[in-house]
Design a protein around this ligand. Structure first.
Ligand code: HPA
Length: 270
């Protein structure tokens, strides 16, 4: 895998003339942050050697390089999900490559179902920890010490320093933010009421189908991570209604302006 990572990184570096220091993964309906980037280069996933190709609706599939909040960034417009049939190694390959082209901090966004009864649809949640409920782990297999340790520490999966700054930025911009634990599972089914209840009992505040694999791989390589969820639906007893991908995209698009402000201002302050 190391050879593939290095050759993909070399390909990308031959196409760009900058070193991105922040990597951003944009979730469902959250592509709008791209409008804030002063774009220098765009590379469609199809052109990148060893990159999987994104399939799900609402994910367009390009790497975008440019300047945001005074920093050089690379954004993944469209991410890879386990439920599409990729292995967790494929899902997280772009994070490996980001590290090899110079990225220091990883920022992630997603849409998720809220299971904390205090949450409302459209809320933003800063992820302060996660539960890996995927059926596997992206680090399973032979470990390469050049990438990271065999048994990576996960005591601070989400950077406390960045979270503290994000809360200040949110307050300064009058944006309400929740904070909590994200449980990541495979999907593609949304949860049954009994499963939402299980997620809550297990100690999570929100549930979704992404983010956890990417953050595990970033932490393996010692990259500080920051992630935010938009609560697009509620898995709370008495509030459970039919969920559709369209509704998830719609709510995410409505709430994304608030998230964009936080991400942009936060990147300025890194
Ligand atoms: N469950 C899982 N993933 C999701 C949800 C949900 O309720 N909402 C958005 N992504």
């Amino acid at each position: 895998m190391l050879e593939q990572i290095k050759s993909t990184a070399a390909y990308i570096q031959s196409k760009i003339s900058m070193t991105p220091e922040v990597g951003i993964i944009l979730g469902t309906g959250l592509g709008g942050l791209v409008q804030e980037i002063n774009i220098k280069h765009t590379i469609p996933y199809e052109e990148i050697p060893n990159f999987p190709v994104s399939t799900v609706e609402g994910h367009s599939g390009k790497l975008i390089f440019g300047e945001l909040g005074g920093k050089n960034v690379v954004a993944m417009q469209g991410r890879f999900h386990y439920y599409e049939g990729y292995t967790l190694q494929q899902v997280t390959f772009p994070v490996r490559v980001m590290k090899f082209i110079g990225v220091k901090n990883l920022f992630v966004s997603n849409a998720s179902g809220g299971v904390n009864p205090d949450f409302e649809i459209g809320d933003l949640m800063i992820i302060n920890d996660h539960i890996n409920f995927f059926p596997s782990n992206p680090l399973i297999g032979k470990n390469n010490k050049e990438l990271g340790p065999r048994f990576p520490d996960m005591s601070e999966a989400y950077s406390k320093t960045i979270i503290a700054k994000a809360k200040k930025v949110a307050a300064a911009n009058n944006i309400k933010v929740q904070e909590g634990v994200y449980l990541g599972l495979s999907g593609p089914t949304f949860e049954t009421p009994a499963e939402y209840n299980m997620v809550r009992v297990l100690g999570a505040d929100a549930v979704g189908m992404s983010t956890v694999p990417e953050v595990i791989v970033a932490r393996h390589m010692d990259m500080p991570c920051f992630a935010m969820s938009i609560i697009t639906d509620l898995g709370v007893p008495g509030k459970i209604v039919e969920v559709t991908h369209e509704e998830v995209q719609h709510v995410a698009a409505q709430a994304e302006k608030k998230m964009t402000v936080i991400m942009k201002e936060l990147i300025k302050e890194l």
